[in-house]
Design a protein around this ligand. Structure first.
Ligand SMILES: O=C(O)C(=O)C[C@]1(C(=O)O)C=C[C@@H](O)C=C1
Length: 360
């Protein structure tokens, strides 16, 4: 045994002994979670409680003496609670598929790995899966830092009978992938239209010879590139792994801070956590100063606006719908007062949900 091995052996023995204790405690925790699940079953109440999961992590981060970092604690307990939640009842989570998409990564980032993933061919299908009860929750992209709002998601949120129960913000790292790891013989690069737009400068500078073909998702592009040596794909690491592709170039997005925000849709109304956001859709009659008057209650009651997005109204009597995110939970007094006055002023008003802010 080498000198290094001699010095590592007792430390590894110590780790093994500690791991055994941790496993015993985790097993006790899992049994307690199962009992929680039985209680919930008696009341037919929801298994997933995001506000409780935030509370669990926040308490541990508060008492943490190190050396684990807060993000490490959050990641560990996300998986601990994901596994415990699955013992209560495995949650089916719909997302824009196929496997390997950023939407799948967002679903796993939010719910952990212990979920039943339901890849859907379109954002519409994610909404349908949640509405018909085929999935408890859905994860859909709502805006990208480079390309702006995902209009289909906004249009579906307008009419769908679902709540926004959470949000996830993912850094988006696009890679140029092929089966061989080179561009020899490659004529076309495939990707979702958003990804092609987010990498257009890099493609023009480094691969202007490639034809650009938009497809339903980056993971679908990866699946195609895995089957056709004349194709390259722009996709993330999950798709690269899922379809055994090699990187020709990594992180080719034009904006190094490129990120996409996803919303979690479901029928669950989150309780306040102290770090929440409320999303709304509003419309006003087309009169001078109408939008200013519409938003006046927010300033009056000291409610901050985090986002304001206008969309042409595709039907009905109004010209625009305004998608607005405000800081705070709808149950907070100042937010509740502002929303009541907004509702009285607006020609159209829909509360999409109050939910915990993304921790990223
Ligand atoms: O406390 C609960 O409601 C539980 O179901 C337990 C638990 C956990 O593992 O701590 C698991 C799932 C919930 O989303 C929240 C917390």
């Amino acid at each position: 045994m080498s000198t290094e091995e001699q010095r590592l052996a007792p430390l590894r023995d110590k780790i093994d002994a500690l791991d055994a204790k941790i496993l015993d405690l985790l097993s006790q925790r899992a049994q307690a979670a199962q009992e929680v699940g039985h209680v919930k079953g008696g009341f037919a109440s929801p298994i997933f409680r995001p506000e409780r999961e935030r509370q669990v992590v926040a308490k541990l981060q508060e008492i943490n003496q190190g050396p684990l970092l807060p993000d490490g604690i959050a990641a560990i307990w996300r998986e601990v609670m994901s596994a415990c939640r699955a013992l209560e009842a495995r949650q089916t989570i719909a997302y824009l598929g196929p496997v390997g998409t950023f939407s799948e990564q967002a679903a796993q980032t939010y719910f952990g790995q212990s979920i039943a993933g339901l890849p859907c061919v379109s954002i519409d299908e994610v909404f349908k899966a949640v509405e018909k009860g085929a999935a408890q929750f859905g994860v859909v992209p709502v805006e990208n830092s480079s390309e702006g709002a995902i209009s289909r998601t906004l249009d579906l949120l307008l009419d769908a009978p679902v709540q926004i129960s959470g949000e996830v913000v993912l850094p988006i790292r696009h890679h140029l992938l092929t089966k061989s790891g080179s561009l020899d013989g490659v004529t076309t690069v495939c990707a979702h239209a958003q990804a092609l737009a987010q990498c257009q400068q890099w493609l023009s500078e480094h691969a202007p010879q490639l034809k650009r073909q938009a497809v339903s998702s980056n993971a679908e592009a990866a699946r195609m590139a895995a089957a056709d040596p004349t194709l390259a794909a722009i996709a993330g690491e999950p798709a690269q792994i899922a379809y055994s592709l090699q990187a020709v170039a990594s992180q080719i997005q034009d904006d190094p801070h490129n990120r996409t925000r996803f919303v979690v849709i479901g029928n669950y109304v989150c309780q306040a956590t102290g770090n929440d956001q409320t999303s709304l859709v509003l419309s006003v009659d087309n009169q001078p100063g109408a939008v200013h008057r519409l938003l006046a209650p927010l300033a009056k009651h000291g409610v901050s606006m985090n986002r304001f997005e206008s969309r042409p109204a595709r039907k009905g009597t109004w010209e625009y719908h305004f998608f607005i995110d405000v800081a705070g939970h709808a149950d907070e007094e100042k937010v509740a007062k502002a929303l009541t006055e907004l509702q009285d002023t607006a020609a159209f008003y829909k509360k999409l949900g109050s939910y915990p802010r993304s921790s990223i």
